[in-house]
Design a protein around this ligand. Sequence first.
Ligand code: NAG
Ligand code: NAG
Ligand code: NAG
Ligand code: NAG
Length: 716
Amino acid sequence: MSLIPLCLAPFLFWFRFPPNSLRKDWFKELLRFCLSIGASRPLIRVQMALSLRPYQEEVVQVALRGENSIIWLPTGGGKTRAAVYVTDKHLESTDNAKVVVLVNKVHLVDQHFAKEFKPFLGNKYRVTAISGDSSEKDFFGRIVKDTDVVICTAQILENALNNMDEDKHVELTDFTLVVIDECHHTHKENVYNKIMARYLKKKLRKEGKLPQILGLTASPGTGGKKTQEKAEEHVLQICANLDSVIVSTKNYKSVLQEVVPRPQKKYDIVEKRTRDPFGDHLKSMMGMIHVFMPSAVNQSLRKMGTQEYEADVVELEKAGVRRGSRLIAQCALHLRQYNDALLINDTIRMVDAFRVLQEFYSKKTLLDETDVFLQDLFMENCQKLKLLASDACYENPKLAQLQSTLLKEFREVKESRGILFSKTRRGTSCLLDWVRSNPELQNYISAGILTGAGAGANCMTQNEQKETINQFRKGSLNLLISTSVAEEGLDIPECNLVVRYGLLTNEIAQQQASGRARAANSIYSVVAEEGGREICREHTNEYLEELTARAIAKVQLLSPREFGEKVLELQEEAVRIRMEAERKMEEKRKRYRPAQVQIHCRGCFSRVCSGEDIRTIENSQHVNINDSFKHLYNTGGQVHLERTFEDWEPGRDWGMEIKFKKVAILPCLNSIGFTFQAPNKNCEPKMYWKDVEFQVKEFNFTEYMSTLLGGLGLDD
Ligand SMILES: *[C@@H]1O[C@H](CO)[C@@H](O)[C@H](O)[C@H]1NC(C)=O
Ligand SMILES: *[C@@H]1O[C@H](CO)[C@@H](O)[C@H](O)[C@H]1NC(C)=O
Ligand SMILES: *[C@@H]1O[C@H](CO)[C@@H](O)[C@H](O)[C@H]1NC(C)=O
Ligand SMILES: *[C@@H]1O[C@H](CO)[C@@H](O)[C@H](O)[C@H]1NC(C)=O
């Protein structure tokens, strides 16, 4: 259920998360918990023999000696199997051994459990999977005591490390081996890195016996760095964060290449549209909004129809809110919507772009003259846009190319299986619509959507995901249309065609996508515009992939002493910075009393509650416990969990209601819908929970229930 501020109710219907992976993971689990209580888990009783390929043997050697290491193998190379092997040997040879396997996506918990750890280790050892929807999560501490191998998301472990309740609490030192899947995420504020930060702190203080670390990755990436030197620094940083050396195959590269063949790469380049009346008209409308705003505001905006422009209007909206100008804030929100339409025009059909705008404006409430201006502007141009959008002779030429790329492969290869990666969830549904309304494609292709697990419009539940993948395996579907985030780690059958369409991603995502094309003679195609940004990025990524390999080789060449010194230096630095940040945070939290900070709606600017009404749950969710708050919003609509920048809706939802312990229903506030005003009116309002200058109290269930019952007169 999402919370909809009453002032904007009719037009806001999505819910968005702030860009904070921590919060997202936690919430996903909570939601999934609500959605899929009682989901069954396959029981596999047959013990399978565990044997490794030569290159896997090679890369596990360091780990088998009990030393920390990162295993670097490409997608499809069998990293998880290698980890199962290490776990097996570790359990055999270590007294009081206890292993935790950490993953970064909820679906990987079950996948690793059912496909890898349970079948190979289940007969000899107690293996437990703890996902968001299992009640075991509430007894994490106790479960850990009675089991040999625990598989869970990093967030669940992090919560348990923080939780002082005896049933839930664990210490890092309770484990003897920590396996970290997709360990290149162990960086900055990622939850993997928070867990490893505890490890490093203990290591530097020489506290307790620390577990062995085993990281797994298909690519540590270059962290956005473009020079060899910086890439090496990044790889070293990852090594330092994981306190590990990085291991890859040296002697069996050819075997690896046989097992994981690289697809043939193809660029399907399209010429630019010569005329684009629909896009031009959108731009002229945006120009009118520019003129409506105070002059000089528009000077700071970059080129329309680009992600730079999007970033600029996002900043502009914030600036508007800070300065208390609803005019600027609202215009910026609407400009973002127009820009979105331009971005859609650039990849999908014009009608899709038009529809997005039409939906946006159909739900709008008019609060002041800014709203009236914006609404009128759209209404006056609506018919004209519609007409231009339906003119086939200016249609997006990329689609024609996409059609021929798909047809070529699906006609030639019987039993073809393909994945089409697109940028956003909305993109996937527009593309599905396009495939289904295209008679020629219908002869060969039966397409379905695969997006990340979650709840809400265009989102899938884990079961739906499984069902779609199953149909794909059986062949009743032969083309999956997917967002680039959905695919990481999903167990999808081999494909002979992978198409990347209108995508700008980093080198890691690119490698992971190409890793999906694993069948013999498979094709990896990039459909993009001549001289466009996608092509440019694709080439950059190829270069970065090479750069990563070179950087790793260089790091591996360091003498153990030199490596050790560098890593130690980075670790000391990281611990120092983290402690300093914690100190600053504590100071900031003491600046005001909660009741002094007023919370305003970001859409209509009116006050809705104070800091006194807010509590946190497990340090990550912010709920409002004041009963009168419920009168300020409606519930309804769907819940979105994806957090890609491009896919953000310029609505201003407040958050969603969460059910706590199956009894209390509490509105959980997303900071994107609010601003936080300090008592000193000269201070600019804060916009994120992480920046608020008061101590948010921890939610106390007992207390909440007793006031609630007290309020109903049921106390005694
Ligand atoms: C910016 O606004 C001024 C009027 O305020 C207008 O003359 C100018 O064309 C605008 N620039 C752009 C790039 O829209
Ligand atoms: C709309 O999309 C087409 C095709 O990709 C592109 O050539 C054109 O520049 C786009 N229009 C705008 C205004 O971005
Ligand atoms: C609940 O919110 C209302 C309106 O903001 C406020 O007047 C009231 O004092 C709050 N109640 C409590 C118990 O804080
Ligand atoms: C929660 O509230 C109850 C009742 O007011 C109190 O006894 C208990 O100590 C509180 N728990 C925490 C962790 O503060």
